[in-house]
Design a protein around this ligand. Structure first.
Ligand code: T68
Length: 834
């Protein structure tokens, strides 16, 4: 029975009972106790922090669900155009604190939890991070969902519910080891299993022809194996709004088929083999960022994800009984990188094979629906799938991709008659053995708009990766939307003291949803009293981090020291290696000084954090070198604690919330042209940390917004990189003398068995120094000296810090999502009222 079928009196009965939750402390207490007894089936006799966290979370979720229902019901009724953000990764982190802030109930919850004998801050730490992502790409998706909900854009995320998120990193003897992330061990209050929302997804099989009702010949995909996708909904609270967003995650389940023949023949394992395989599909997140590992299971995950999502979207579209040609007026789909690109041939297949549309009409719908965000130019990260593998797993899709390519190349040929080279370069199929499907090209051809994630990156993809496509399509299809971060999690929630100082100074907390208002802080940048308040907040945040480091790692660091932080995935192009080499250089310099001179130095704490992909040998050696150097440096009394090195294990969203507010300097030092945008750079600067960075990604735009005098930039420019590499290849490598000394010390065994680091050192020598560490080393060291000198003048440093935060309005993900809505999705906010 649906709403529309109920009689008016029955409806009234329903309405009578739908009453808003009360948010006074007594009602909250009562709800928590109620959940303890009913939802958890526990009582005061067997209560612990985890149970108390769960009861609290359930009571918050009740409040969230009011908004969820209100929003989804209104959307159902009004049926506005919606956007679907398809992403294989959502790196959400913890939900409870965020929900409390969004609902503006944290103060009362503090009191209620206190009255019940616990501390809310303690309970918050009981929550496991939802870590369904690798790094920037997944976290960006989470920030965008927050901003879409906050600004009432009717947007849903679609993704996969991995049972194991990104692995837990442990450091043993200085090496990274990996442990599985069993994040669903306990009940997860932030997801709703939708046992009634299930779709079948097919793999393998064969293609046949059939005659449809109109007497036309159509292809049909038959046979093969089927699995089921079941939906889990994760509510996404908006800040200061009754609107509530949603991320729908798919979990694979076996179809209720059971091989009775095998069972009866005594082959039990075989009889359940299919079921086990089905369940394994969404077991684990692939732990590689910016690197493709062409595994069959990954391809299956990608198809499973797009197939279930499109079936769900189409199911919703069909309810309104609109004609197919209106599909793009009701549905916008954003593909977060190429991972969801199979959605292009899948929608074409559904429209042509199943719905009976003509190819051209279907293709028009497809290309008006999809848009594609590119996040990388690194060749090793560009997805290519082998044609034989595709033919085996998705035979009909492979045919469709061939046809898409054929029609596309025919059109290109008409414009560029006889240009065989162009056709070869632009083809979706790359020749070779085996042939490969270039997913980025398929995404471009299947989308109406393609965007890069920072100004430089968008220029580079227009100039290089997609240059041939611009010749054909013209430039307008390729736009830039610079990334953003949510100021709610990354300032309001993570840095409560700075939040309160800003709110008092600006007179309201409107800045949390209108981040441009932060520019109002500029006029206080020279105010001595404000400066000392600002500095006190930073100091407290550094103390908080120092406390964490002491408690968890046993290392003492001094909050008066300059905190210099680089936390991100470990990757050669991000050059953590260059950072630790410069740390060793600093150590050697200290060792050469008199005790008197040492005592005059600016003390530094250099903090690293980040995971290396489990199969990334060189990245893992970098972690080992950092830890080996830390071991020697931290235990050398002669340098009077002027240098400390810390590698924080298992860097994740929750740790970032403690680390980010505590930086004086954060490093974003990728080889120019390699980091598409970076988003942690934005988080640090928003919290009043200065950047030491290269002229790369969003660093450039951050510098423009906060002023060149407030950012430390160094290194070669992206358009010099090609020539330098070319010269190195033909005229030999240049080895910076300071770098040579550092390498010599490693090779002399100053940081343990040098043979361990041989392969790492080789990347600088025989390996050709592809990431130009030697080329940038001198200017990098010079900038470090400049940082030290600037830090000595506390007043000017604090002023810079204030100017950093004040200039960050542009980097709110609210701005970024608005740009997507206006320029790509053609989407209007849809406000729901209580
Ligand atoms: C990052 N990409 C970019 N990829 O490196 C970063 N890759 O510059 C940018 O700021 C961020 O995206 C957001 O735009 C990634 O994080 C991945 O994590 C990834 C995952 C799977 C496969 C390939």
């Amino acid at each position: 029975t649906k709403h529309e079928q109920l009689s008016e009196p029955t409806l009234q009965t329903w309405k009578k009972h739908i009453v808003p939750e009360k948010n006074d402390p007594a009602s909250i207490e009562s709800d928590i106790v109620h959940h303890t007894i009913t939802t958890l089936c526990r009582g005061v006799y067997n209560l612990d922090k985890l149970a108390m966290y769960q009861a609290t979370a359930h009571s918050v979720r009740d409040r969230l669900l009011e908004d969820w229902n209100l929003t989804q019901e209104a959307l159902h009724r009004e049926n506005p155009k919606r956007c679907y953000y398809m992403s294989m990764e959502f790196l959400i982190g913890r939900a409870l604190d965020n929900a409390l802030h969004c609902l503006h109930v944290k103060k009362n919850y503090n009191q209620s939890v206190d009255n019940l004998g616990f501390s809310l801050e303690d309970l918050l730490c009981e929550e496991k991070d939802a870590a369904l992502g690798n790094g920037g790409l997944g976290r960006l998706a989470a920030c965008y969902m927050d901003s879409a909900a906050t600004q009432d854009y009717p947007t849903w995320g679609y993704g996969l519910r991995y049972q194991y998120g990104i692995f837990k990193q442990m450091i043993k003897d200085g090496y990274q080891t990996e442990m599985p992330d069993y994040w669903l061990n306990f009940d997860n209050p932030w997801e709703f299993p939708r046992a009634d929302i299930r779709y079948e997804v097919r793999f393998h099989g064969y293609v046949a022809t059939k005659i449809n009702e109109k007497g036309e010949t159509r292809m049909t995909w038959e046979g093969g194996d089927k699995v089921q996708a079941m939906a889990y909904d994760v509510p996404i609270p908006g800040f200061d709004t009754k609107g509530c967003g949603n991320i729908r995650l798919w979990s694979s389940k076996p179809l209720n088929t059971f091989d009775f023949d095998s069972f009866n023949a005594g082959d039990y394992e075989r009889s359940v083999a299919e079921q086990t395989a089905a369940q394994n599909l969404t077991s684990v997140l692939y732990p590689n960022d910016n690197h493709l590992v062409g595994k069959e299971l990954r391809l299956k995950q990608e198809y499973f994800f797009v197939s279930a999502s499109l079936q769900d979207i189409i199911h919703r579209f069909k309810r309104a009984k609109c004609p197919w040609k209106d599909f793009p007026d009701k549905v916008a789909v954003q593909m977060n990188d190429t991972h969801p690109t199979l959605a292009v041939p899948e929608l074409q297949r559904i429209l042509v094979d199943i719905e009976g549309l003509e190819w051209d009409d279907a293709w028009d719908i497809v290309t008006r629906t999809f848009a594609f965000t590119n996040h990388t130019v690194l060749p090793e990260a560009l997805e290519c799938w082998s044609v034989p593998m595709m033919e085996k797993i998705l035979p009909r899709h492979m045919q469709i991709i061939y046809d898409i390519n054929l029609f596309f190349l025919q059109k290109v040929e008409k414009v560029f008659v006889g240009d065989r080279d162009l056709l070869k370069r632009i083809s979706i199929i790359e020749e070779g053995s085996p042939q490969q499907v270039r997913m980025a090209f398929l995404a471009v051809v299947g989308s109406h708009t393609v965007n890069g994630v920072a100004a430089l990156h968008s220029d580079l993809i227009r100039k290089h990766l997609f240059n041939d496509f611009i010749k054909y399509y013209g430039p307008d299809k390729f736009i830039n939307i610079t990334n953003g971060i949510t100021p709610r999690r990354w300032l309001y929630q993570a840095n409560p003291d700075l939040r309160d100082l800003i709110t008092t100074t600006l007179g309201s907390e409107d800045w949390a949803t209108k981040l441009d208002l932060l520019k109002g802080l500029k006029k206080f940048a020279d105010d001595t009293k404000f400066q000392s308040q600002w500095a006190a907040v930073k100091y407290k945040n550094k103390e908080r981090l120092a406390f964490w480091i002491k408690a968890n790692m046993g290392i003492t660091v001094n909050p008066d020291a300059l905190f210099d932080i680089q936390v991100k995935r470990i990757h050669e192009y991000k050059r953590q290696y260059m950072n630790i080499l410069s740390v060793i250089y600093r150590y050697q310099s200290l060792k050469k000084m008199s005790a008197e001179d040492i005592s005059q130095q600016v003390p530094r704490v250099v903090i690293f954090g980040g995971k290396a992909a489990p199969g990334y040998y060189i990245a893992k050696l970098v972690i080992k070198l950092i830890n080996s150097a830390a071991q020697v440096i931290n235990n050398d009394k002669s340098i009077q604690d002027m240098l400390k090195v810390v590698f924080i294990p298992d860097y994740n969203v929750s740790l970032a919330e403690i680390i980010v507010p505590a930086s004086d300097i954060s490093q974003h030092i990728s080889t120019a042209g390699t980091e598409a945008s970076g988003t942690s750079n934005m988080k640090f600067v928003l919290n009043g940390g200065l950047i030491l960075g290269t002229v790369d990604g969003a660093n450039i735009e951050i510098g423009e917004q906060i002023g060149a005098e407030n950012i430390f930039m160094f290194g070669v420019l992206s358009d010099e990189v090609e020539d330098i590499r070319h010269n190195q290849k033909y005229h030999g490598l240049f080895m910076d003398p300071s770098l040579q000394v550092v390498i010599d010390s490693i090779q002399a065994g100053q940081f343990g068995d040098p043979s361990i680091f041989g392969p790492l050192i080789n990347t600088l020598t025989y390996g050709g120094d592809y990431y130009l560490i030697s080329v940038d080393f001198k200017s990098y060291l010079q900038k470090h000296t400049e940082v030290d000198e600037t830090y000595r003048d506390k007043k000017s440093w604090v002023k810079k810090s204030i100017m950093c935060t004040a200039g960050m309005g542009f980097f709110s993900s609210d701005r970024a999502v608005c740009e997507y809505a206006d320029k790509i999705w053609k989407l209007k906010p849809f406000k729901v009222e209580a």
